[in-house]
Design a protein around this ligand. Structure first.
Ligand code: TXA
Ligand code: MG
Length: 352
């Protein structure tokens, strides 16, 4: 092993750990600890320490007006962060905490502005991962944590992903293995009026309806593809959770013709690789939305690292059970109809 790679190995071994005591010390000192949750890994800092939370934004390259979620270990801590706790929040907490649900609630004045992005609300969640829970319990306070990736990139579902994303920008990475849910928490705004779904995730709309009766699901959450307007103005592209390799979402029936045009493309599908089609890499995930979600980000990372000039994702079934996966795929991709005229793809053709 060369000197350089040996040194890198040492740095990474030292940074990835299961030492809770060290993690708590770092949080108390205002440092950054990446930790596993059941959804994705979070990049945590003491939520009561504005300077510590600012370090999260610097490490991620995230704009300052994006609020971060506060993670707590117990519903009893809600009153530290939230002014009036509506009954519906308690009902949801009872049903889904600890678990992959974030509640948007009216904030207390004491919550640092850097946590809420200056909003009148704060996002709170109690994660169920045993290591996250243990960390929060031992730390005692709230931990502000977005997903532990660089801004706009794919969320990490393993400790090594965090190291690849953030390296020395994070003081410690707690290793809790592969995240079980694989996509981020469901976010529900219960701060006023009828509860509103802001982001589909680990808790399904059907599960929410069992508790809430009524929940508003905005059009923007269910639409199948990005708005064309978003794509025409690259500055406003809703691209998030995205690989660096150009990535397109394509109906199953169109994959063959795409592969003819892009013979060095990789494919991600929820069905087996049809024998007559050839692709540089064909990654087959489960046809169950839960199992597909668990593997999705790892698969996108792997395909991004493979030598493909395009990632073709087969559109998943248009069924409510696939809502969270469809949302993430939509954000990770450029619509195929537009992609053919977009400069990203033209560049590909110019540089075979
Ligand atoms: O599963 C998850 O939620 C993971 C794990 C680490 O807990 N966290 C996560 O955080 O996905 P992040 O920052 O990547 O996404 C949180 C989303 C952001 O889109 C943010 O704008 C929104 O939650 N959010 C946070 N506080 C909010 C608030 N007060 N009002 C509206 N949206 C809020
Ligand atoms: Mg994120």
């Amino acid at each position: 092993m060369s000197d350089v790679s040996e040194r890198q190995q040492k740095v990474s071994n030292n940074r990835i750990s299961t030492d809770l005591g060290r993690a708590v010390d770092i949080l108390r000192q205002g440092g950054l600890v990446a930790f596993p949750t059941e959804t994705v890994y979070g990049l945590g800092a003491n939520a009561s320490d504005p300077d510590a939370v600012r370090r999260i934004f610097a490490a991620k390259g995230r704009p300052a007006d994006h609020p971060v979620i506060v993670h707590i270990s117990d519903v009893a801590q809600l009153s530290d962060w939230v002014g009036d706790v509506p009954q519906v929040a308690l009902d949801l907490a009872e049903a889904f905490w600890p678990g992959p649900l974030t509640l948007i609630l009216p904030r207390r004045d004491t919550v640092p502005n850097v946590v809420t992005g200056g909003l009148a609300t704060v996002g709170i969640r109690v994660p169920s991962h045993t290591l996250a829970f243990a960390l929060l319990r031992r730390f005692g306070g709230g931990v502000a944590a977005p997903s532990a990736n660089r801004f706009g990139r794919i969320s990490p579902t393993r400790a090594e992903h965090v190291l690849a994303e953030l390296g020395e920008r994070v003081d410690l990475i707690l290793d809790g293995g592969a995240a079980e849910v694989g996509v981020e928490s469901t976010i529900v705004d219960v701060s006023r009026g009828t509860p509103r779904l802001l982001r589909p995730g680990g808790v399904s709309v059907a599960q929410l309806r069992e508790v809430l009766g009524e929940v508003i699901v905005p059009e923007s959450v269910v639409e199948k593809h990005q708005q064309e307007a978003d794509v025409r103005a690259p500055g406003t592209l809703a691209s998030h959770y995205a690989p660096t390799t150009p990535t397109v979402l394509v109906e199953k029936t169109e994959i063959e013709s795409m592969l003819t045009r892009y013979p060095r493309a990789c494919v991600l599908s929820y069905y087996p690789h049809p024998a007559h089609l050839s692709a540089t890499v064909w990654r087959h995930l489960s046809d169950s939305p839960v199992a597909y979600a668990r593997e999705l980000y790892t698969a996108l990372r792997d395909l991004d690292a493979a030598a493909c000039d395009l990632i073709i994702v087969a559109a998943v079934p248009d069924d409510p059970a696939w809502l969270a996966v469809r949302d993430r795929l939509r954000r990770a991709t450029t619509p195929p109809t537009k992609a053919s005229t977009e400069s990203r793809t033209v560049t590909l053709e110019d540089n075979p």
